[in-house]
Design a protein around this ligand. Sequence first.
Ligand SMILES: *Cc1c(COP(=O)(O)O)cnc(C)c1O
Length: 455
Amino acid sequence: METIIEPFRIKSVEPIRMTTRAEREALIEEAGFNLFHVHAEDVLIDLLTDSGTSAMSAAQWGAMMQGDESYAGSPSYDRFEAAVRDLMPFEHIIPTHQGRAAERILMGIVAGPEATIPSNTHFDTTRANVEATGAEAVDLVIEEGLDPSAEHPFKGNLDAERLEALLSDPEVHVPLVMVTVTNNSGGGQPVSLANLRAVADRCRAHGVPLFLDACRFAENAYLIKQREDGYADRSVRAIVREMFSLADGMTMSAKKDALANIGGWLALNNDDWAQEARNQLILTEGFPTYGGLAGRDLEAIAVGLTEIVDEDYLAYRMASTRYLGQALTEVGVPIVRPVGGHAVYLDARRMLPHLPPLQYPGQSLAVSLYTTGGIRGCEIGSVMFGRQPDGSEQPAEMDLVRLAIPRRVYTQSHIDYVIEVIEDVYARRDALPGYEIIEEPDQLRHFTARFHPLG
Ligand SMILES: *Cc1c(COP(=O)(O)O)cnc(C)c1O
């Protein structure tokens, strides 16, 4: 059959509260035109993030009842550790309450004012945690990765030549190289195994450890299976293990490809760093066998890790994201091509050429999707990345609106509605206003800034 169905039945539902356009116009103004300030009950289809929004399975809920809440030595930790190690065979596996806690602990150990940390593209929390130590965060994604319309199967790849130049520069201290799989801020684009191998070779040659920011490791592995020569017949599990065999450690948000609502971990082979990480963990997260999580959360992650590498699930996951991307492409809406794993990224800069980047075309488009149809997406552009550490403003490389698809949550008719709303906004795109920021914090401003429409 051609139709790829959702490989699950729904046994527990949550109502969606219907709102009118007039209500939403008042609500977004109240929220300072920032979708992070809108109440979730006031959203019809919430595509703000795929983080922590997955629907858990009956097996996960069942396992949660077995959660052991002992402070030390909980068997839930043992099951969590075994499930992680089964896919990611690192020496030390340190749970954290979410991915950024793992990043903060890792960067606190390895970074600092002298350090430069390269990545394909640092995710916003990763960049903020690097910069918070005084280090410099450098993005080295391949050129195609910065061109939303360039068709390339692995636009998340890190430019190995530029990495080599950085690692060879005696003026630059690189304590660690990160690679984000899939490259979230760069459009959810995958990284090939060939590229991971090339990066790992260069890291080895310079004695620099390679860490994966592995939030969407399973989606990356499935895209390798679909797109990289020689992997069509390999199992996703085998591809996952090959990816991690090239790395010396990882940070992870269990809110993504562990199908859990909270959690994360830091895993690594370096004994000294692990010791220091556990000391830090006790200070800010908790004892090393729970790391800021309840035993039941560790159970949900352990089961989620077995479900995420299920190839029927991954086939459906990729098909549903592609479905949205294809429908938009057919009506001429500019999106980041090809469609990656977890999201469709609307190219707001190309869709709204009448708005300069520092009038935030991504913000304008995101606000309009909300007022028109109650859809909540996320600006990834000059609002998120435009503010420099010295307080000045620079346009980001791209101005995108990310429509992230929560795992196992929405059906095809929800997505058909999303397509209809976007078509409606697209027809009126010339009339969308620019925005100015009227209030913002020093860091991660997109979460709390307030805006005002121009003109
Ligand atoms: C979500 C995410 C993080 C941070 O994880 P949290 O659990 O949200 O703290 C880091 N890197 C990438 C690529 C992510 O998608």
